[in-house]
Ligand binder design. Sequence first.
Ligand code: SAM
Length: 232
Amino acid sequence: LFLDQPLGQGQTVPLSREQAHYLFSVMRLGAGAHVLVFNGQAGEWLAEVTEAGKRGGMLTCRHRTRPLQMPPDLWFLFAPIKKARTDFIVEKAAELGAARICPVQTDFTNSDRIRRDRLQAHAVEAAEQCGGTFVPEVADLTRLDAVLSAWPEGRRLMFCDEALVGAGRTLGDVPRGPWAILIGPEGGFSEAERTCLRALPFGHPVSLGPRVLRADTAAVAALTVWQQALGD
Ligand code: SAM
């Protein structure tokens, strides 16, 4: 269970109405029961239900069961598409081990706003479902050119472009270290973006095969290729 609260030895953690409903009505737990909890920073803790009520309750952390397990230093950049498919992309990026999820606005991006809180909640659910102790942060929507002009020293960018079929490199023999993956929108990248991406000194053009994949499929494929080649 994800709790957005400090966790530590003997720490008491109040439960919201929704959390109490989930634990006591849905899971049918009561006082004295044990629950595994995490907050994305302090590892996983075994907590005891010390108060159980209809509108709330209290957990007390007893001991840490696992330390924080950080994923590899991978940023996942993508252009948001329709709502349900954007939700899917965020969920899969969190499951497949992205450390940071960055929605970017490109020339052909369909939406000019995102619900960051909603996407962050999907990242939390994904972490819960895969038993992770870490939750990737979902950043605010930012223009791609702004992201590229503030690019951090040493981070490489695997940008996926269907126009690279036959010309894209694979990730077989590239160095380890901080990486980012970029997936474009439904309409792909504009020619101006392609020119800019291909000129980047830190850019690695990658083809995901001979067929044009939907953006959500490309996201899963790229994350998997990266994990296979470079992930831990
Ligand atoms: N119109 C479709 C859709 O509705 O999603 C196709 C979108 S495709 C243009 C979206 C993005 O997926 C591209 O910008 C690129 O980043 C990635 N992509 C799709 N197929 C690819 C391929 N074969 N190689 C590399 N990248 C690919």
